[in-house]
Design a protein around this ligand. Sequence first.
Ligand code: SF4
Length: 450
Amino acid sequence: MGLTGIQILQMLPKTNCKECGFPTCLAFAMKVAAGQADIATCPHVSEEVKEKISEASAPPIRTIKLGSGDHIVTIGGETVLFRHEKRFDNPPPVGILLNTSMSPEEIAERIAKFKKYRWERVGVELRPEVMALEDNTHDQEAFVSLTKKIRQEVPEAVLVLMSKEKDLLAKGAEACGEHKALLYAATMENYKEMAELAKGTGFPLAVRGNSIGEAARIAEELLKMGLKDLVLDTGPQGVRELYEDQVIMRRAAIKKRYKPLGFPSITFPYRFTDNIVLEYMIASVLVAKYAGMIVLSDFRGDLLFPLLVERMNIFTDPQRPLVVEEGIYPLNGPDENAPVLVTCNFALTYFIVSGEIEGSRVPSWLLIKDTEGLSVLTAWAAGKFGADTIAEFVKKCGIAEKVKHRKLIIPGYLAGIKGELEEELPDWEIIIGPREASGLPAFLKEWKAA
Ligand code: SF4
């Protein structure tokens, strides 16, 4: 287990000087223990203490960053077995496989798919992040040229360089420049030379064992050699073993603080089936339990989209609803005669309502009231979306200066507060909108300002 706030406090100067940005050493210690502040922010602790605290408060699964510039993915860093205990922090990046035996047309097709498959859902962009480049022809020139091509044409793709040959991987790494690719992989036979390469480049190194035990033994040796950024492939022989290995790794790292397994995993579902639908089903299990990264044989939009939605849902903090900012949202270029609608700031509500309004093409003002992420009826029941709070928001948000009419459309589910709201907003006429967002287009087309 990591250090508690009190244990960390014992190692701080306890002068409450505030230089770390916190009012007291205790407040700072609690944040460090929760992983929300960096011990290095306190200028008054020795290097020795910093190292001790950093080590003890680090997540049991090492956090590893891959990529460069604006295109960094973080893997690992998990601290719990179940998301209801806290949350899962870093979604497993999803990637596509390319290898040196593929034709230029096939490579071009895969690049096109990587660029094409991206969707927006509740304000979040869903897209794949990784390209795994495999040398399967022992052709250094082809491998380097593929690496350069991908870096040039798809700079947003984070790379995994895959080869059994150290020299070939070294050339690929050289072609990556500043871009921190994952080197795949150190085996029982070659881990010493792969360790030298990883040290020289500063790139994270993947371990490939023939079993979870062998992967742990290789990781242990690499740890002794001073390597810290490792990613594990336990070399499972079947789907069941693949699943079990992920669970064993997570439990061993979190419950036992067993260092050789305290690293994110890399998984290849296509190694267990030729059926792409089954491959994506395996990937969906791995999203939930507990892959650090998933490399797929190919992308298919109808399979990739649900996988990415699942990933987003599992890695959403269950204790914090998705919200949008309180404010006035102009949709379809509204003017002073455009209708004014009000709703809550639960992200799903916002995106459904705004989507329907945009689809209607009727210029409108959408007022989003902060309800702490609660949906309309829940917020009303909790006293966060009643007549008094809506009225206060309408008065202060500035909508009165943007329109010359005084008509406010409220969600149909709040019909019961119409009278009360008219008392709170005597200058406004309160209009009851449809109960469901799907009714908005027809409703808005009937709307008249005058
Ligand atoms: S900077 Fe260090 S000594 Fe000062 S309040 Fe923060 S933790 Fe305490």
